[in-house]
Design a binder for this molecule. Structure first.
Ligand code: BEZ
Length: 395
């Protein structure tokens, strides 16, 4: 306690001397000794709790690998469980941005929560890094200089799958999702591309989030007899849907979707996941040096396999490291921090990526399939996929 008062006084004295000598501000000198505050606005309970935990692990691992500091400064995390509840998002984001005055706000998983969060941080100017939520608007109409995403836009993950499905001979598909932005945007992008190729959507089924009672819907799907079924579910919902689909005797109808359908839950799905075809910006089986090293380090640190959520958190950590190194720990210069992030080239376990003008990753989307209990990479479904960023005017 004492020590911190003494050191603060010393800094002030040093600042005064420097000013007399004609050297300017003390403000950064003081700020530079304080801990960097990193706010984590993530789900730590409910359907997406596992995703929040993996993201947190990824962030902390990236920082620990570089000495546990940002721009030479110690780090203080302020974590908040957002419960994947959009109604609480503005209040939660305000607590971190205005109440805690965090230097970086990292959040969140759920697209609806992300919308409430960015509404706040567009106003406060807090540097915000989205490590999952794909809400198209965050790097679309609600884009802002201080808002970045290390994950994906919802559109990006499934647009390529529309063509893959058609090229595989499917013509008549049922789509299904939780009824909220993520699912609606993911199946929307899929449907648009699939129909553009000449395919037909037999039925779109929407169920409330986070409902996991799928029996009636599975009975309906069986009666519709589609060529294939395309769905978005994630976390505990994905785990249950894939198991219920197999248990309902539907395995003869190919099941596909964005990779969230199996990522992080594959082991729990077991045999039921065999053959599930997905597109995503990451795959466990990528044989790059970065991915192999990352997965080995993650497993030895956390005693469980890494997944896409851990990768997105890890890359959010990498972004902060690069930005803080560029400004030498001076968080008061937000414009310099933003410029450094815009220039950053991230060596991600998914493969290298850079940010688009709207601050969303430009990245390859892989085609993956579960074979022998493993997520196999079949190839790249589409290279350098760039979100159209419709309506983004602020950057
Ligand atoms: C979303 O709400 O944006 C989302 C949640 C889980 C996985 C992928 C996307």
């Amino acid at each position: 306690m004492d020590g911190s008062i003494i050191s603060r006084r010393r800094i002030l004295q040093a600042g005064a001397v420097a000013t007399v000598a004609g050297f300017v501000p003390t403000r950064f000198a003081i700020g530079n000794t304080a801990k960097v505050k990193v706010g984590l606005m993530l789900p730590y309970s409910g359907t997406y709790a596992g995703l929040g935990e993996a993201i947190t692990n990824g962030i902390k691992m990236a920082l620990a690998e570089q000495g546990g500091k940002l721009g030479g400064r110690e780090i203080q995390f302020v974590a908040l469980d957002d419960e994947s509840d959009p109604a609480k998002a503005p209040e939660n984001a305000t607590k971190l941005a205005t109440g805690e005055k965090v230097d970086f706000l990292l959040g969140t998983v759920h697209s609806g929560v992300a919308m409430g969060m960015v509404k706040v941080t567009r106003e406060t100017g807090t540097i915000t890094i989205i490590p999952n939520a794909g809400a198209n608007v965050a790097t679309g109409p609600m884009c802002a200089p201080n808002i970045f995403r290390t994950s994906f836009s919802n559109w990006q993950t499934t647009w390529p799958l529309g063509k893959v499905a058609y090229d595989r001979g499917h013509r008549n598909i049922v789509t299904m999702t939780w009824k909220y932005a993520a699912g609606e945007e993911m199946i929307g992008a899929f449907e648009e591309n699939f129909q553009k190729q000449g395919g037909k959507i037999a039925k779109q089924i929407l169920v409330p989030f986070p409902n996991v009672e799928f029996q009636a819907n599975l009975t309906e799907i069986a009666s519709l007899k589609p060529d294939a079924v395309m769905v978005f579910f994630a976390g505990a919902g994905a785990l249950k849907f894939v198991k219920d689909y197999a248990a309902a005797g539907l395995k003869s109808i190919p099941l596909m979707g964005p990779g969230f359908l199996t990522d992080g839950v594959l082991a729990g799905q077991g045999e039921a996941a065999e053959g599930v075809l997905t597109t995503l910006h990451y795959a466990d089986g990528l044989e790059t040096a970065e991915n192999v090293r990352f997965r080995t380090a993650y497993t030895s640190t956390y005693n469980k396999p890494a997944d896409v959520y851990a990768v997105q958190g890890y890359d959010a950590g990498q972004v902060m490291l690069k930005a803080m190194a560029a400004v030498k720990g001076d968080t008061t210069d937000r414009a310099a921090l933003i410029a450094a992030i815009e220039k950053a080239e991230i060596k991600s376990p998914r493969g290298p990526f850079r940010f688009s003008k709207a601050h969303n990753p430009i990245q390859d989307i892989y085609l993956r399939q579960v074979k022998g209990g493993k997520e196999m990479v079949l190839g790249v479904a589409e290279k350098d996929v760039t979100d159209p960023a419709k309506g983004c005017k602020a950057v």
